[in-house]
Design a protein around this ligand. Structure first.
Ligand SMILES: [Fe+2]
Ligand SMILES: [Fe+2]
Length: 458
């Protein structure tokens, strides 16, 4: 498995910019004409970078398939039903792989709205023709912090279109001399806006189980009970009855850990507040807690399918699970619960997704991407904590060494689980953990402590 995307994501999280120096200059800009010959309002530079120059009128045609009337869910019948926005069309939609209950796992009909100019979009968004917005069948509104070259001191309002491994992310931001790149050719994968939407950086496709709720060193989880409100439907092929029991147990275990992660992030929220953390870390922690609820529901949904009855969490015991606000305790929590564990979880989920049945792959890839973001949040939080408490650096270095050794021993003792890869169980998760420890965690630790040879990583 290619470990580079996850390593780069975490290096960026701890402040290594990634990517190489780039010349900020759009050479030989050419106006991009649409297939009907009209000016798109965008220019293409010699290095293939694309910039927004001005707002130009675009034909708001939706070339997507219209509804035929036999879809499982019909939110509209004809284009005339779509009146909540400009240029509405009633479009046939295939399920997105999440298998969520509201589409019953089958095709549906929904209204889509196109734009013909920026005024059709909400404030903070611009209208981008479908020819410049991958996978779009109509001109679409995308988030933007600039709408023309005049908005940017560099004279370049850059269009960022990046497939993160699961879906396309399109946005427009000013290019500036803080950028790590100008065009895709400078990067292993793509030059695109960073998560904060401030700079162009070399982005990687890192679509990637997660953060335990540790109480006195043990992962605390809720027991499984029969209930239907924690499940989502999934249209997956069933294995033999014997494997069903094994898979139900596996996915119930995953679900319980995902469910408990919500508590871990809640506890971490209180610690961040107590230590005066930046808004960015608090915000990302809330997003992560929401991700874990979705992950838990998906996993309980799979467990329910394999068990043949609805599965969900019982009460989660919270005795002795309270927060310690001592910086050293927060440090140990970050190392034990988050930095190493979330990194290994993201890598394992990504590896499992690559081998899974297509009906599961999309969801597993999205979960892996989100776990990768949780790992990045953990390493970013650790870096921040060590900046405000530099006296903790020796303890952190030691704790990470001990943590890596513990996870290495644990990986060696993980039994292979062959024959269940189609249902999202990696046959050799221990091997994935060992490779991730050596090729991702260890280099990130070296970079964090700026040790000899680490500068080559950044
Ligand atoms: Fe997570
Ligand atoms: Fe998760």
């Amino acid at each position: 498995m290619n470990m580079m995307p996850l390593r780069l994501l975490l290096l960026i999280a701890i402040g290594c910019p990634g990517g190489k120096e780039s010349a900020l200059l759009c050479e030989d800009p050419q106006t991009i004409l649409l297939t009907d010959g009209s000016n798109s309002g965008f220019e293409r530079c010699a290095d293939e970078a694309v910039n927004r120059v001005s707002d130009q009128p675009i034909d708001p045609v939706n070339s997507g398939p219209r509804c035929v009337g036999d879809e499982d869910v019909q939110n509209c019948s004809t284009d005339a039903d779509c009146t909540e926005g400009p240029h509405g069309a009633c479009i046939h939609q295939e399920p997105d792989g999440w298998g969520m209950a509201d589409t019953a796992g089958g095709p549906s009909c929904s209204c889509e709205y196109a734009c013909s100019k920026d005024a059709d979009c909400e404030t903070g968004a611009i209208c981008v023709p479908d020819e410049l917005s991958p996978n779009a069948t109509r001109p679409v509104c995308v988030p933007a912090t600039c709408d023309s070259s005049e908005d940017c001191s560099s004279g370049e309002c850059g269009l960022s279109a990046f497939h993160n491994g699961c879906w396309w992310v399109v946005t427009a931001i000013c290019r500036d001399d803080g950028d790590g790149c100008h065009a895709d050719a400078e990067c292993e994968d793509a030059c695109a806006a960073d998560t904060g939407g401030e700079d162009f950086v070399c982005q990687t496709t890192s679509c990637a189980i997660g953060r335990p709720l540790l109480v006195e060193g043990e992962a605390r989880v809720a027991g499984v009970v029969q209930r239907g409100d924690w499940t989502t439907s999934s249209a997956i092929p069933l294995p033999t009855p014997g494997s069903c029991a094994q898979l139900a147990a596996y996915w119930n275990r995953v679900a319980a850990l995902e469910h408990a992660s919500v508590g871990s992030f809640a506890r971490f929220t209180l610690q961040l507040l107590a230590l005066g953390a930046p808004a960015e870390l608090l915000s990302a922690t809330q997003v992560a807690a929401g991700d874990e609820i979705r992950h838990a529901r998906f996993a309980y949904g799979l467990a329910s399918t394999f068990a043949g009855k609805p599965q969900g969490p019982g009460p989660l015991a919270m005795d002795k699970a309270g927060s310690s606000f001592d910086p050293q305790a927060v440090l140990y929590g970050l190392i034990d619960e988050a930095c190493i564990g979330e990194t290994l979880g993201a890598a394992e989920l990504r590896a499992a997704a690559e081998l899974a049945d297509p009906t599961l792959r999309g969801t597993l890839l999205q979960m892996a991407e989100e776990e990768g973001q949780h790992a990045a949040l953990a390493w970013k939080s650790l870096r921040w904590l060590l900046q405000i408490h530099p006296e903790l650096r020796p303890l952190a270095r030691q704790g990470l060494e001990v943590g890596m050794a513990r996870h290495r021993a644990s990986a060696h003792s993980m039994a292979p689980q062959p024959g269940l890869e189609r249902w999202g169980v990696h046959p050799a998760a221990g091997e994935v953990h060992l490779q991730t420890l050596a090729r991702v965690v260890a280099p990130v630790v070296r970079a964090l402590f700026e040790e000899e040879g680490a500068s080559a990583l950044c």
